[in-house]
Design a protein around this ligand. Structure first.
Ligand SMILES: CC(C)(COP(=O)(O)OP(=O)(O)OC[C@H]1O[C@@H](n2cnc3c(N)ncnc32)[C@H](O)[C@@H]1OP(=O)(O)O)[C@@H](O)C(=O)NCCC(=O)NCCS
Length: 142
């Protein structure tokens, strides 16, 4: 495995992230990541690269309406790099950023079918709320 480098995202990263989404998620999901998320939240998002190209990403933001909350919209790791700790590393960076900005909670959601995401968020210490109809909600104090 080649070295993975993590950096702050840039608006142009949308054009690299968007095309891999359906493949990495294994279902049609790309419409959920509009360019506005990278245009306006690149400074609270991270991109990981290795010699093969895009290795992973985390798109998140500091909630404008809830001053205690930081929110992760999307996190993904290239399939061949999974279970190597990359997503946990991306979240650690986001937790640090959120703390530095005075946030005390991180929120995220996922689709009920996404058992891998639920297991991952549980492993990172998120409380998991499963609703009968609607997304699975994750919350974690910082
Ligand atoms: C969910 C996802 C981001 C996890 O990325 P990852 O880099 O493989 O995760 P990590 O290696 O940091 O895993 C950290 C811990 O989470 C748990 N975990 C991760 N993937 C898991 C899986 N498939 N099943 C069970 N537990 C899992 C484990 O406890 C793991 O620690 P361990 O490997 O030491 O046991 C990745 O599987 C992915 O990109 N999936 C498709 C996109 C997606 O569903 N994103 C989340 C919704 S926005």
């Amino acid at each position: 495995m080649s070295e993975v480098r993590v950096r702050q995202a840039a608006p142009e990263d949308h054009d690299r992230i968007h095309p891999v989404l359906d493949d990495w998620w294994g279902r049609p999901i790309a419409s959920v990541l509009q360019s506005l998320f990278l245009d306006h939240f690149f400074d609270t998002s991270f991109v990981a690269d290795d010699e093969q190209g895009l290795a992973g990403f985390l798109v998140g933001f500091l909630s404008p309406a809830r001053p205690e909350v930081a929110y992760v919209h999307f996190i993904g790791v290239r399939p061949d790099l999974r279970r190597s700790g990359l997503a946990a590393d991306l979240y650690d960076r986001f937790f640090d950023l959120a703390r530095r900005n005075g946030r005390t909670e991180v929120w995220a959601i996922t689709a009920p079918v996404n058992e891998r995401s639920i297991a991952f968020h549980r492993a990172l210490g998120f409380d998991v709320t499963i609703q009968p109809n609607g997304p699975v909600r994750f919350r974690r104090p910082l």
